[in-house]
Design a protein around this ligand. Structure first.
Ligand code: FMN
Length: 108
């Protein structure tokens, strides 16, 4: 059976994030179970806040394109996210919003 590819990241941008530490522990478990894991730091994507006018201008910002390519080339995601006001972080929601936008004739 082909090795399962997992994209792992935390929904926190800060350097000393507990969720970054946690997802790295979980990565070890996934690798021990046989998965091939790619770790991504969302901060490296430098994603702007989703803005439909910016999207009309540039389609996807570079970081959004990178995230979408990574998501499409992996079988599943391993995400650790802080709770912010009883919800997910804005960083995670914003990343999902950009990556979910259809590109070049893709269906929404
Ligand atoms: C804006 C904001 C909202 C938060 N809301 C909650 C919350 O609703 N519940 C909770 O348990 N912790 C809440 N926290 C605490 C964070 O979840 C906590 O600081 C967490 O460690 C942040 O994740 P990180 O260490 O990966 O950066 C909040 C923190 C911030 C900055």
């Amino acid at each position: 059976m082909a090795q399962v590819k997992i994209l792992a990241f935390a929904g926190s941008l800060r350097k000393d994030s507990y969720n970054k530490k946690l997802v790295k522990v979980a990565i070890k478990g996934a690798e021990a179970a046989g998965a091939q894991v790619t770790y991504l730091d969302l901060r490296d994507l430098q994603l702007p806040i989703y803005d439909g006018d910016l999207e009309a201008e540039v389609k996807l910002p570079e970081g959004g394109r990178r995230l979408k390519d990574l998501m499409e080339s992996h079988d599943g995601f391993l995400i650790s996210c802080p709770e912010y006001n009883s919800s997910i972080s804005a960083a995670l929601k914003n990343a999902i919003d950009w990556a979910s936008r259809p590109q070049h004739g893709e269906k929404p």
